[in-house]
Design a protein around this ligand. Structure first.
Ligand code: 5GP
Ligand code: MG
Length: 182
């Protein structure tokens, strides 16, 4: 059974999400903000974070992919910008994603937003994966720092499955035993 133990429970996620929402509210003090959720992984976190932000904010979502198919390794490329649209010019934007791994996704999204005229871009991730190699971006708000392990649940998938789990689990695919990275 590749689905491993619970790393972060639903309850811990809920508590931390409330704290992050309060920090973000304090930062913007009611100024207009556009929240940009990155799908599919950031879907659950975005929804729970925003339910703790009662201010009048705008919400947009982009669907980007860096992991393709049955793999626990990034493709090294972010796909999907051709469908990215929304009301960002002149606005403060908070990008919300599930996990900061190589940092490629957030750095490309950030550059794209600044390029189309966003006034400022900040980032909020539920998880920050500690890796040996340095990341090109730091997230402004981080829920939890985790070790360099593959996780699923609470929006995060393996080949499309397990997003619906309420807790975050460790995940070791059967094939990973033969892959040198594990
Ligand atoms: P990055 O571009 O920072 O390498 O990767 C960001 C995206 O890769 C995340 O938003 C997430 O969708 C996916 N990702 C990175 N690490 C994991 C992981 O441990 N589990 C899952 N399910 N997705 C991950
Ligand atoms: Mg993602």
């Amino acid at each position: 059974m590749p689905l491993g133990e619970i790393l972060i429970s639903q309850k811990e996620i809920g508590r931390r999400t409330k704290m992050l929402a309060n920090e973000i509210r304090k930062h913007y003090q009611g100024s207009p903000v556009v929240f940009l959720g990155l799908l599919n992984g950031g879907l659950f976190f975005l929804a729970d974070l925003l339910r703790n932000i009662p201010d009048p904010v705008e919400v947009e979502c982009w669907r980007l992919k860096s992991y393709l198919g049955e793999t626990v390794h990034s493709s090294g490329k972010v796909n999907g910008f051709e469908h990215a649209s929304g009301h960002f010019k002149g606005n403060h934007v908070v990008v919300v994603d599930d996990i900061l791994d190589s940092g490629l996704t957030l750095s490309e999204v950030r550059a794209h937003l600044l390029n189309i005229g966003a006034q400022s871009v900040k980032t909020c991730v539920l998880l920050d994966k500690k890796r040996a190699s340095s990341q090109p971006v730091k997230a402004d708000w981080v829920g939890f720092e985790i070790a360099n392990q593959f996780v699923v649940g609470y929006g995060m998938d393996y080949n499309g499955y397990h997003r619906n789990l309420p807790d975050i689990h460790l995940f070791v695919p059967e094939t990973a035993k033969t892959e040198h990275k594990f």
